[in-house]
Design a protein. Structure first.
Length: 237
């Protein structure tokens, strides 16, 4: 039996929204952050394709999946049910668990920039802009703001998390290419490995509860703090 035209159109619209949100061209500044990777290069912990790929895979599973990706998974249904208390609690958790000044600055700046992006779209972004404004988050963290946009896209939560993780992966691979440095072919191989690992990371994020969600990456926190005074650097974090 053929799928109803309305359902097909809605799915296509949701997919296009997710591709837009995951695009490196989205003006939220993700390209300007390395999330401690540049400091890891400075310390000699990352020095070639193999070590960069290993670093990013560990970061995907031990940091992103357990923290920001899990927040997105929990914030999407909260936005759809207009549960502002839940949204505020998740946003507070993100802000309170950033382990360095740079990581806190990143989530605040990118959250604000996503709101500015939505406002700049006029009618096309009105829903996201109004939802974020109504929540009165000061400031909106990036995972919670992105969850708002994903919730209003109509896409399935699993697909939204996949898009969020892939967008993160693209930015981090580009950071590795610039900071190690590496060639574009190496970057594509690294991105392929991350893409293979994303389904597991998404499943992990969706399985977490408030009690099991966590933000505890001591080495990454130390490197991020060291990056604040690193003499020569390309990235904000």
């Amino acid at each position: 039996m053929a799928e109803p035209a309305g359902n097909s159109a809605a799915r296509t619209s949701g997919l296009l929204q997710l591709l837009w949100l995951a695009s490196p061209a989205l003006p939220v500044g993700g390209f300007s952050y390395s999330e401690g990777l540049e400091s890891a290069v400075e310390a000699g912990l990352v020095h070639d394709e193999a070590s960069a790929a290993s670093w990013l895979l560990d970061q995907l599973h031990l940091s992103l999946a357990r923290s920001d990706l899990a927040v997105v998974a929990q914030a999407i249904p909260a936005w759809r049910s207009h549960d502002l208390a839940r949204i505020t609690a998740l946003n507070d958790w993100v802000l309170q668990t950033r382990e360095s000044a740079e990581l806190r600055q990143q989530t605040e700046q990118m959250g604000r920039s996503l709101l500015t992006w939505a406002q700049s779209l006029g009618e096309l972004g009105r829903g996201v802009a109004e939802a974020l404004a109504s929540a009165r988050l000061d400031p909106p963290s990036y995972p919670v703001a992105m969850a708002c946009a994903a919730a209003l896209s109509g896409a399935q939560a699993h697909d939204s998390l996949t898009g969020f993780a892939f967008g993160w992966s693209e930015n981090m691979v580009q950071a590795a290419i610039k900071s190690v440095p590496l060639g574009q072919s190496a970057g594509q191989r690294m991105l392929a490995r991350l893409a293979q690992a994303i389904p597991e990371a998404v499943a992990q994020a969706q399985s977490l509860t408030d009690d099991s969600r966590q933000a505890f990456t001591p080495l990454l926190a130390i490197l991020s703090a060291q990056h604040e005074t690193q003499y020569s650097r390309l990235f904000r974090s």
